[in-house]
Ligand binder design. Structure first.
Ligand SMILES: Nc1ncnc2c1ncn2[C@@H]1O[C@H](COP(=O)(O)OP(=O)(O)OP(=O)(O)O)[C@@H](O)[C@H]1O
Ligand SMILES: [Mg+2]
Length: 361
């Protein structure tokens, strides 16, 4: 069993509050992704769990034991960093052996040999065992760094943007491998990233951080479809959700000073729970579709071909709106473009607070 529980954890550096009153419970064998932009407090959170930083307030439990005052060595967690942190003049084998050679462990040379070859096989680095680590590619180095974490058989893996220095193709491959590894090891993973695609594709649950505070916690589906506020709504998803200013009055919504206006349907009205006044309306690019005959019209401002589809940017009024369109969709700069939106796909936010107004259960 390896649960992690953070209970009202606060960590300050001088006047900066890096982590503020953070409470998260990570289940045994869960793959939990902690997502946030630079400076959000992700690394600090990991370092607190690993015992490398001491929080000013709050408690950290691992397996229901309060480890807040324990040292790093006692916590049995493995850390993998963004930078490979390998010993450059040693071979891959020596790097993998190193964590097992600690005197406290009393692992025999035969056991070490066995474990190293097992790990090397798992990570497909067995052909590299006798090579110096400074003669490896980035992807290979990161595999060795992960291998160094695995050899000790820890119950908890803390990973700090381990793939962010790799090229896109390698990153994609290693994402799947890490996910597979986590399942095979039956370990608990806390995976920190600023890359929402990584969090969405790997995390069973995602925690979104903003300036040291937890803004939302949920499955990738929840976070994407029911973002708690405009911060989460625009942070998750590419291309970004379109946002427009508008207001609701007498069961009607008017977007961007009469740019478009329509009557709200009963389910939306029910979710809005009587709200009237200024709002921010969010529309995801994939929730808009091209239409031949009716709908709203804009003029094409930009076209990005993505292979699988294309992103068409429209100018409507003085505003830009992005639509995910079919790859075969005809589109020319400056040509008129009709589109439709589905009301049930709209997001409504309080303009002042950014908070999602739809009270969906
Ligand atoms: N040792 C330190 N001394 C002073 N301030 C620090 C220290 N470590 C972190 N901070 C500050 O705490 C805040 C959170 O930093 P942290 O490194 O946890 O962010 P992060 O989410 O990991 O960012 P990044 O994505 O850039 O790695 C930042 O404002 C940072 O400047
Ligand atoms: Mg960091």
């Amino acid at each position: 069993m390896a649960q992690i529980e953070l209970e009202n954890v606060t960590k300050r550096f001088g006047n900066t509050t890096a982590v503020k009153n953070l409470s998260i419970q990570i289940q045994d064998q869960e793959f939990f992704a902690l997502l946030g932009p630079t400076g959000a407090g992700k690394t600090t959170t990991l370092r607190c769990i690993a015992g490398l930083e001491k929080p000013e307030q709050g408690n950290i439990h691992i397996d229901q034991q309060n480890v807040t005052h324990w040292g790093p060595a006692e916590r049995d967690v493995a850390l993998v960093f963004q930078y490979y942190s390998l010993y450059p003049h040693y071979t891959v084998r020596q790097n993998l052996e190193f964590p097992l050679k600690s005197k406290i462990r009393k692992t025999t040379p035969a056991q070490i040999k066995q474990k190293v070859s097992e790990v090397a096989r798992t990570l497909q680095i067995d052909h590299l065992l006798d090579r110096k680590t400074d003669k490896l590619s980035g992807g290979e180095m990161q595999r060795v760094a992960i291998g160094r974490a695995i050899v000790r058989d820890p119950k908890i893996f803390l990973m700090d943007e381990p793939l962010s220095n790799l090229d896109a193709k390698l990153r994609e491959g290693l994402r799947a491998e890490l996910k597979g590894l986590q399942m095979n090891l039956g370990a608990t993973f806390l995976y920190v990233t600023h890359d929402q695609v990584e969090a969405m594709t790997m995390g069973e649950r995602i925690g979104v951080l903003k300036k040291g505070e937890l803004v939302q916690i949920g499955t990738p589906y929840d976070v994407y479809n029911n973002p708690v506020n405009t911060y989460v709504a625009t942070f998750v998803g590419t291309p970004t959700m379109n946002l427009f200013q508008g207001f609701i009055e007498k069961k009607r919504v008017c977007i961007q000073k009469e740019l478009f206006e329509f009557e709200l349907d009963p389910p939306t009205l029910q979710h809005l729970d009587g709200f009237a006044g200024e709002i921010t309306v969010g529309i995801r690019p994939e929730d808009l579709s091209a239409s031949q005959t009716h709908g709203l019209e804009g003029r094409i401002y930009g076209i990005e071909n993505m292979g699988m589809g294309k992103i068409v940017t429209l100018n409507i009024g003085d505003h830009l709106l992005k639509i995910s369109a079919d790859a075969k969709q005809e589109a020319q700069i400056d040509a008129p473009f009709r589109f439709q939106l589905k009301q049930e796909k709209l997001h409504f936010f309080n303009t002042e607070t950014g908070e999602n107004l739809l009270k969906k259960s």
